[in-house]
Design a protein around this ligand. Structure first.
Ligand code: ATP
Ligand code: MG
Length: 411
């Protein structure tokens, strides 16, 4: 894409009320637009990142047999009364229309997905099933000060699995641990993300959170580097340590962001909706469930928090809006033609290129913008390099540039 055509521009300042690093950088670089506290729109660069993250997650969900659906954001009040959450969930948005009919604005989808399954599945032959969606969620977050780490409207992947036996559930749950590790590896934060034992709520002993170490995190975890796991401070006590075989003196305390979690739901939601199956002998049993969430917007914010430097964002190759930032410092018409030509040839090779073809912008400004936007690789073409039929290549994470001939580059 030609940068001269990109309708967004970089900004020197973020909105004065924005305190988080992720939102400041993403707004200044033109990835997102702030609508109000905790609510952001995705602009062309931001949407490209979001789509890449989506596709990585989608492939991983499809690989474990997940079936993608898209559930409604408006959810019937009756369903929420059935699970008792209409009154118990503090962050639920309740919306009413002019006839005073109330609905919930979906913060999560157990109340929708279970009745859907009940419509179609009732025999042991119909299970196991896993469905997922990537969709906007709404939560009345009180502390919406962390940019896209904690939105009032945000984007989540939520998967729900349905099983006829504890063993089948456990097998799937174990698989999901590996799937999650693979996702965080692929988006570039694998090395700083720990599977973390957290309290499992009413029903199971532990749930598993995936926590990324960064100072911006609201959570505190204790990491065992050797075992490559952590414990959330909220569950930290001698009994837990003993049951996990961890030694207090080996643990490192750290701030972290919860980028995803997986939960054993047992029959918490299948029971109120009577989601059950008949076995081979014709006997009826309640379905066992698991749920598996990842906040996509939070994940993007986490990447920014964890990897950015004082010049701006640093995107991992896998989720960068473009792979290459082609920065042209040429002003002469004949030179511009040559750079245009290189841009076209890179595109023909299937490379994703943001081409800074802007005229009348100083080199220093172009480099500062390029650092702020954060593409992993920069190609700089000036009249000087062009005279030698070459370009300067610089990685966003390195300070030294390399000169390479255009021929070699295109090979
Ligand atoms: P938290 O403790 O941070 O509020 P949660 O326990 O409410 O998270 P879940 O309901 O399990 O989170 O949601 C699944 C995932 O969705 C979380 O792991 C997180 O990545 C993401 N998420 C939750 N709330 C938000 C939010 N307000 N903004 C962005 N992402 C969120
Ligand atoms: Mg929450």
């Amino acid at each position: 894409m030609r940068q001269s055509q990109l309708f967004t521009k970089t900004k020197k300042e973020a909105p004065a009320d924005e305190v988080s690093k992720n939102a400041k950088l993403l707004i200044r670089a033109g990835f997102i637009n702030k609508e109000m506290a905790g609510v952001y729109s995705y602009l062309p660069l931001g949407l490209r990142v979001l789509k890449k993250v989506e596709n990585i997650i989608r492939k991983e969900m499809d690989n474990v047999g997940g079936q993608e659906i898209l559930m409604s954001s408006f959810q019937p009040k009756e369903n929420w009364e059935k699970t008792g959450r209409w009154n118990s969930m503090d962050d639920l948005y309740k919306v009413s229309d002019s006839s005073k009919r109330e609905v919930a604005l979906g913060p999560t989808h157990e109340e929708i997905v279970v009745p859907i399954l009940r419509n179609y599945a009732s025999s042991y032959k119909d299970f196991p099933v896993a469905v997922y969606q990537i969709q906007n969620k709404f939560r009345m977050e009180l502390r919406a000060k962390s940019g896209i780490l904690r939105g009032r409207e945000f984007i989540m992947k939520d998967m729900y699995s349905f099983h006829t036996s504890q063993k089948d559930f456990e097998n799937f749950y174990e698989k999901m641990k590996d799937v999650y590790k693979s996702i965080f590896q692929r988006v570039g934060i694998g090395d700083m993300t720990y599977m973390t034992f957290a309290s499992g709520g009413t029903f199971s002993k532990y749930s598993h959170e995936f926590q990324t170490v960064t100072p911006a995190g609201e959570d505190t975890i204790y990491i065992d580097k050797e075992k490559n796991i952590a414990i959330n401070k909220e569950v930290f006590n001698d009994e837990v340590l003993e049951s996990l075989g961890l030694k207090k003196e080996k643990l490192i305390e750290s701030h972290s962001i919860e980028v995803g979690n997986i939960f054993d739901l047992k029959t918490k939601y299948s029971e109120p909706f009577d989601l059950s199956f008949t076995d081979e002998k014709g006997q009826k049993h309640t379905i066992l469930m698991g749920c598996y969430g990842i906040g996509l917007s939070r994940l993007i914010g986490t990447v920014v928090e964890a990897l950015a430097d004082d010049k701006g964002i640093i995107w991992p190759e896998s989720i960068s809006p473009f792979q290459i930032h082609l920065v042209s410092l040429c002003t002469d018409e004949a030179d511009i033609k040559k750079v245009d030509n290189l841009y076209e040839r890179l595109k023909l090779q299937g490379k994703e290129v943001l081409y800074d073809d802007r005229i009348g912008v100083r080199p220093g400004e172009k480099f500062a913008d390029s650092d702020l936007i954060g593409m992993p690789t920069r190609y700089i073409i000036s009249p000087k390099t062009l005279a030698n039929e070459s370009v300067e290549i610089k990685k966003r994470t390195e300070s030294e540039a390399k000169i390479i001939s255009i021929d070699e580059l295109l090979k």
